[in-house]
Ligand binder design. Structure first.
Ligand SMILES: Cc1cc2nc3c(=O)[nH]c(=O)nc-3n(C[C@H](O)[C@H](O)[C@H](O)COP(=O)(O)OP(=O)(O)OC[C@H]3O[C@@H](n4cnc5c(N)ncnc54)[C@H](O)[C@@H]3O)c2cc1C
Length: 362
């Protein structure tokens, strides 16, 4: 079977990893709209620093996921953040958090969290997998009298002859993909398409803007925590963390803060530019950390996440997904199928859908 995977995030690459020795799924092609692996488990390099501007760290108590991370994949570069996560409420007072809640290890890779996707794909034999970067899939087609899928990109490129397609884009984007395709031979295509699109459109996400603030001085030594998280969701800052606490990310003598703004603030300010927003953000950071030294970073960066974390769950293993879609080789997965938006839950989702694909392929 030839399988196309839309999206090189953690869920899609975990599915590819799970199928790396499959007797039935022998060819996998991954189509990714960006230039790199791992989606929202994202790392960028700037001004000599590496920083994770999406997911901050990952962890799992699931024995299968632990086995993959700690035994099956290479562990050189896998490091643990040792400092704790503190908490703050609307008032902005930062205090030690609930140690029970913060008990799991905080895993990250020295080169950055996006290493996870690179390791997963590197474990798939090269002759079985091909990755196409900067290919945004616009629609899926299933031509008349054919049991094969064709992917059409936004630039009009067509990639055809796939027996199955796994869509791993966030649910609202997956809904758009399904609804824009042409599926002439897909039994009752119109109604199935609309019904699938409607189910996927129920998956909603919060929006977050991440700011990265770089300082050419070591300012963070005194902070007793790696990160502080807003627990009542009433503060404009949702999360603030110290990237220097991740081994290998920031050169000595410098500091980098990751500031993830709350959903309400991010939604209200989504259309504004970094330049417009930066003074207000650095001001909020300096109030939260009680010091004017935070007001003037030497450099900064921003990432807008329209679909940051899912706030509803869709079970793509049942109903119309299991019947009409999967029977035609069309599968969906991603963090929106799990309890919450987490790197390791997206991994588990990818592994699970891989077993459904394997069954279909037999
Ligand atoms: C700001 C932020 C902070 C977070 N913090 C944490 C954390 O600390 N710990 C944690 O465990 N998790 C965290 N998460 C959540 C975690 O990053 C996600 O749950 C997980 O990475 C989702 O993986 P995924 O494969 O489901 O989706 P994605 O990572 O979104 O992967 C989907 C991929 O599909 C691609 N794509 C989409 N549409 C198309 C298309 N039409 N054609 C081609 N490609 C397409 C995307 O570019 C992307 O690469 C955070 C997320 C954000 C945004």
């Amino acid at each position: 079977m030839r399988l196309a995977i839309v999206g090189a995030g953690v869920s899609g690459l975990s599915a590819a990893y799970a199928l790396r020795a499959s007797k039935s799924v022998t060819q996998i092609e991954v189509f990714e709209k960006s230039r790199g692996f791992s989606g929202r488990a994202a790392t960028r390099r700037k001004n000599g620093a590496s920083y994770d501007h999406g997911a901050n760290y990952f962890y799992s108590e699931d024995p299968l996921i632990r086995d993959i991370i700690l035994n099956q994949l290479p562990t050189d570069g896998l490091v643990v953040i040792s400092k704790p996560v503190f908490v703050f409420g609307e008032s902005g007072e930062i205090t030690p958090g609930d140690l029970e809640r913060d008990r799991g290890e905080k895993w990250v890779y020295q080169p950055g969290i996006s290493q996870i996707g690179k390791l997963l794909v590197a474990a798939v034999p090269a002759e079985r997998i091909k990755v196409h970067f900067e290919k945004r899939v616009a629609s899926l087609e299933r031509a008349e009298r054919s049991a094969r899928w064709t992917l059409v990109t936004t630039t009009g490129d067509r990639f055809g002859d796939f027996d199955g397609v796994l869509v791993t884009a966030p649910a609202p984007q997956a809904a758009g993909l399904v609804c824009s395709g042409s599926v002439e031979s897909w039994a009752e295509a119109g109604s199935i398409k609309q019904a699938l699109g409607a189910e996927l459109a129920l998956g909603t996400y919060n929006t977050q803007i991440t700011f990265v603030l770089g300082y050419d001085k070591k300012l963070t030594s005194e902070l007793p925590y790696y990160a502080a998280v807003n627990t009542d969701r009433k503060h404009d800052i949702a999360w603030l963390s110290v990237e220097d606490d991740k081994e290998g990310h920031v050169a000595g003598g410098n500091s980098v803060l990751i500031v993830q703004m709350a959903s309400h603030w991010s939604t209200a300010n989504y259309e504004h530019s970094l330049e417009d927003l930066l003074p207000s953000v650095t001001n909020k950071v300096s109030v939260l950390l009680a010091g004017d030294q935070w007001k003037s970073p030497s450099w900064s960066d921003v990432q807008k996440w329209r679909f940051a974390l899912p706030n509803s769950r869709i079970d793509t293993s049942r109903g119309i997904f299991a019947t009409s879609a999967a029977q035609h080789g069309l599968f969906f997965t991603g963090d929106y199928t799990a309890e919450r938006g987490r790197v390791t839950l997206a991994m588990a989702a990818g592994l699970q859908v891989a077993s459904k694909i394997e069954e279909f392929a037999k």
